[in-house]
Design a binder for this molecule. Sequence first.
Ligand code: ATP
Ligand code: MG
Length: 355
Amino acid sequence: MKKTIALLPGDGIGKEVVDVTVEILKAIAEHFNHQFQFNYGLIGGDAIDQKGTPLPEETIEACKKSDAIILGAVGGPKWDKNPVELRPERGLLALRKALDLYANLRPITTFDSLLDSSPLKKEYVSGVDFVIVRELTGGLYFGKPSERIVRDGEDSVVDTLFYKRSEIERILVSAFEIAQKRRKHVTSVDKANVLESSRVWREVAEEVSARYPDVTLEHMLVDNAAMQLIRSPRQFDVIVTENMFGDILSDEASMITGSLGMLSSASLSSSGLHLYEPVHGSAPDIAGKGLANPVATILSAAMLLRQSFGLEEEAKAIEKAVDNVLNSGTRTADLANGEKAVSTKQMGEEIKNAL
Ligand code: ATP
Ligand code: MG
């Protein structure tokens, strides 16, 4: 298979974890006889320094010429005082909009060898394996108006939760498509006892569900979902929800697995050009020291191979290699509990050797 992957390492540890991930992808290409070509692009702080904008036009072009995108992370203290339009994070938001990356997928999977890393009891988190599908380009975060107003002679404020039916439908379709390839259970999270938007969300969920008779649909109120994630996280297969609920629930759920350095994600677009990135940020506190855990990005690459290229065997090979290395006790500093740790590069080497 011949494919082009856009690489946007970004800032801080973004560069380090993407470098290591490229080595893994090269090893996969060699072993399975594929040709992966890599197109590098600037985004974030580096792009501001070199091009005067956090998302240069060339970067969007490089992405559009590729079959999938891997992003590291953006941001750092160097640019914190910049005006809003010259903040690194702006680059990422603009890229999501430019490519219509509307479905954010965050798999929450515990590794048996890391159960001690979760603040929750082992017996609750062992065997957890679900995906959160978060709507990423609509809802309360983008609704207009969003402003301060005067009402009844008093300083007041309004935010708007706006969705087109088609936007709700496409995220639900994503969720059902994913569930079909998993344990065939969708939990649609809303607040239908209070919000009109949630009532429409529920209607659309029922409509979409009728097209997937082999998938079970369950509705869950968001407050209950927040509780159930802690009480019995194993019950979930696919959780689908609107932008803000997904934001909150996915941060909550990340603590089931314990380390930010382990969590991968995919952002899917309408065009079929998808972006894959670790959940963590640029971690300026450890950048340049070889301390970053590259696993989140390596697992994001596995998601890419499966989702964008249909390379299931190759994706599994990466996941199995990561699992084997963790089982052998190899740890980066974030997981080592003060014990002996390996560097970012060494972790990558170990995983490459385990492939
Ligand atoms: P952003 O706003 O870009 O999401 P953030 O403020 O959420 O960034 P991160 O950059 O994700 O912060 O870092 C949070 C903490 O987690 C930091 O102390 C960082 O060192 C640690 N951390 C993040 N990613 C990793 C990783 N891959 N390996 C080890 N530690 C990490
Ligand atoms: Mg963050």
